[in-house]
Write a protein that binds this ligand. Structure first.
Ligand code: BGC
Length: 774
């Protein structure tokens, strides 16, 4: 842990300059707008340790696969999220000496991420090697309104001497990725132009030919008055800057406004970039910095109106959840169905490709409940559009007849993950994609999705499972061999309970949806039967037979589902008996030792109980929870949230709270010593789940919203919003009562602790909080 940030309800605050924290802060203070993102790199030069990161949604590089032992079926490349042209840079020279915080005495350093209004601020005083002390202040944001624009206000004030200040805003396309497999640079410049009033660079990726364009225009002010200055222009092969020089007396404030436009060939025709960039820069100038910032505030107010969670009596928890909501909301806005939510979002390089099962298993509920049905539907459509590639992917591995295996990691539908035990074996991901369709329809009631898109995906997935199992003569049952469950600390196991369970569930749901589409829209159904060659009677009969005869490992003595066959042969040691010095295991133990141990990386059996909770009684959930929680080291950020929801479900609120805190402040307090690589964006959605589904206890059953809230002792109250179909409800839970307010929409019938209640338009109801909720 490295808890160096101040607790505050709406802001993330760093005080004091500690160079060792620079990379961590660059991740934590990242800004984004759904279309692009930017790590909190300094505008001015910094020769200390830094990870430069400026990322554009959907622009990636197929970096040639690098593995020790090539296996047939491996993808040729790993999709990298790429660091692109640096648009934030402003070199600062004071009496000819470059400002570089690694070479100055730094005082009063303060960095603030204003989450309420969506911008980043930084201020400090630097005593430079030439003896001049300067006070610097910067504010920057990526516009949520004009999603191709960013703006920076950067002020320098000499404090103890008159000084010549030179500010050089620049664009630099000569950038690289630290994680490039072969040290290759990914970009080349196709067009570059520098003039005093408009400069741009258009570059292209050396593979796939993505084009991106960056433009800038800057204005200089002295003590609030614009200076009519012609900046000098300096252009080289991949770099352009504008140089503004002024003589300032001590106490004068020299301020630069830099507007930047960032576009890509996802949204613009190649060849039209200069015109498009010019138009964007004109928009920025005509609005000006303050108006753009006002619009940013309004946009964020609107986001918070639907998504805010308040926690009274616990600032650390309050800051944690707002940070998670903020980062999720600036990573994905649902405006473009080609984009998705990478595990690191726009905050780092690690994990490369954008889409993992994290999206369906963890992120969907957050966007569905706080950003609305349309945004959630975009996430489902992303997979629908990639169905053909999932079928191709399965074919490459030897499956046939339209069986679909979605990739473990992807950018465009193609698999790009290359560890055999994950790429070929962590196939449970298919289950999460089917489950997301179910989850979406259950919540929104949008059955048209099933007719137009969902069924095709579900059939592809069911076909895969039906081919992936085999019949064991010895057991007289169907089995699933050679898989990796969600717990990646076990590979190549037989009959992982979760995978077998979700596979059977997929076949059951595919049948149910097929019957629904057949009866509700027979014409569409027969069209689909033809187009995908669906032998309804035969295929459904096979799915049923498999479900009826599937093998599920259990331990009858303990009354638990077994993670996989043979799990009980392992030395049964509990996490509480591990020497804390040995943790995290993945940094302290050999892989061999981890694989042979009983320790579990992340929810596995419990993932199944979480998804399919209504099929299991409370005692079964409790027995499994207690058994597996005692053996789980939570070394995936995706783990504590599932355990937290289940702990709430069985009423162990203290434990639910402990697990919640671990997920909510994972990055802010750097629990796993890795935040410098980027934030855990997808697990942030899990934090939200811990509150809304965990403490709030919301569930949808038979088209009705159910609430079964409980409240951690430490909290006085908490509140959250739920956008459910036509209604926006605000739920406030205190130690004494739960109040549900119908903020928007018609009268609605809900259930609180199993009792039906009607909340009329613009009114609220309250009932006492219970201790034992289910
Ligand atoms: C987890 C996976 C997850 C991936 C990306 C891994 O550490 O085990 O379940 O999909 O991270 O977040």
């Amino acid at each position: 842990m490295n808890p160096y940030l101040k607790h505050d309800e709406w802001c993330i605050i760093e005080e004091g300059f500690v160079p060792e924290n620079t990379r961590a802060s660059e991740s934590i203070f990242s800004i984004g707008n759904g279309a692009m993102g930017q790590r909190a790199n300094f505008e001015e030069k910094f020769s200390g340790s830094t990870l430069q990161g400026s990322y554009i949604g959907g622009v990636f590089y197929p970096d040639k696969t690098r593995v020790g032992w090539w296996k047939n079926g491996y993808p040729e490349y790993f999709a990298k999220v790429i660091n692109s042209t640096n648009w934030i840079g402003i070199d600062v020279l004071v009496n000819g000496m470059e400002l570089d915080l690694a070479k100055c005495k730094v005082q009063d350093f303060r960095r603030v991420l204003n989450m309420k209004e969506g911008y980043l601020e930084r201020s400090f005083i630097a005593e430079m090697e030439n003896g001049v002390k300067v006070a610097v202040q910067s504010t920057r944001f990526l516009s949520m309104v004009d999603t191709e624009l960013g703006a920076i206000r950067y002020s320098v004030k000499p404090l103890n001497a008159n000084a010549t200040i030179e500010l050089r805003p620049y664009l630099d396309a000569d950038v690289h990725n630290e994680d490039s497999n072969y040290g290759e640079k990914f970009w080349e410049v196709v067009d570059i132009k520098g003039t005093p009033i408009f400069s741009y660079i258009v570059s292209r990726t050396k593979k796939l030919d993505f084009h991106v364009g960056h433009a800038m225009r800057s204005f200089l002010y002295m003590n609030g008055k614009q200076q009519i200055l012609q900046p000098q222009v300096n252009t080289s092969a991949m770099f352009v800057d504008n140089r503004f020089t002024v003589d300032a007396t001590a106490g004068d404030e020299v301020t630069l406004y830099k507007y930047a436009a960032v576009i890509s060939s996802l949204n613009h025709e190649k060849g039209t970039f200069p015109k498009a960039l010019e138009k964007l820069i004109e928009t920025a100038i005509s609005k000006g910095f303050n108006k753009m910032l006002d619009e940013q505030r309004i946009a964020w107010t609107e986001i918070w109106r639907h998504s805010d969670i308040t926690i009274e009596g616990d600032i650390a928890a309050q800051q944690g959840i707002r940070f998670n909501i903020f980062q999720l909301s600036q990573t994905y806005t649902g405006k473009d169905e080609r984009l998705n939510i990478g595990p690191k979002g726009f905050t780092g390089e690690k994990y490369g490709g954008s889409t993992y099962w994290d999206t369906e298993a963890y992120c969907l509920p957050f966007y569905m409940v706080t950003h609305g049905q349309k945004v959630a539907r975009q996430l489902l459509l992303y997979r629908y559009k990639q169905l053909d590639k999932a079928i191709e992917n399965a074919q490459k591995l030897g499956f046939s007849n339209g069986a679909a295996l979605y990739p473990m990691v992807t950018m465009n539908g193609e698999e790009c993950h290359n560890e055999w035990e994950i790429t070929f074996e962590e196939i449970h991901r298919n289950g999460a994609i089917a489950f997301a369709i179910y989850n979406y329809v259950r919540y929104t009631g949008d059955k048209s999705y099933l007719v137009n898109f969902g069924l095709e995906v579900l059939i592809g997935i069911a076909r895969f499972w039906a081919q992936r199992i085999n019949f064991s003569q010895e057991k007289g049952k169907y089995v699933m061999l050679g898989v990796t469950g969600p717990n990646e600390y076990e590979n190549n196991v037989n009959n992982n309970w979760y995978t077998n369970t979700i596979a059977c569930w997929c076949m059951e749901y595919a049948e149910e949806v097929a019957m629904y589409v057949k009866s509700s829209n027979p014409a569409k159904f027969s069209e689909m039967v033809k187009s995908i060659n669906f032998d309804e009677a035969k295929e459904i009969a096979k799915w049923r037979e498999i479900r009826a005869n599937m093998f599920f490992p259990v331990d009858n003595k303990l009354g638990i589902f077994l993670q996989q066959e043979g799990y009980m042969d392992k030395d049964q040691i509990l996490v509480k008996d591990l020497d804390p010095k040995e943790r995290p295991l993945n940094q302290k133990w050999s892989w061999d030792r981890i694989l042979r141990s009983c320790f579990i990386k992340q929810a596995d059996v419990l993932q199944g109980l979480y998804f399919l909770e209504d099929r299991f009684d409370s005692d079964t959930i409790k027995r499994n929870y207690e058994f597996y929680e005692a053996r789980t080291v939570h070394e995936s950020s995706l783990s504590p949230c599932v355990h937290s929801v289940l702990a709430s479900r069985i009423g162990i609120v203290d434990k639910a709270y402990e697990l919640y805190l671990r997920t909510a402040r994972l990055d802010l307090d750097d629990y796993n010593h890795e935040v410098r690589e980027g934030l855990h964006i997808t697990s942030m959605a899990g934090t939200w789940i811990s509150i809304v589904e965990g403490f709030g206890g919301i569930r949808v059953r038979d088209n009705i919203l159910n609430f079964n809230p409980l409240i951690p002792d430490k909290w006085k109250s908490f509140s959250f919003k739920v956008w459910f179909r036509e209604n926006v409800l605000k739920i406030v839970v205190s130690n004494a009562q739960i109040t549900i307010q119908n903020e928007d929409g018609p009268s609605i019938t809900i259930k609180i602790y199993g009792v039906e209640q009607t909340v009329s338009t613009a009114s609220s109801i309250s009932v006492p909080v219970q201790k034992q909720v289910f």
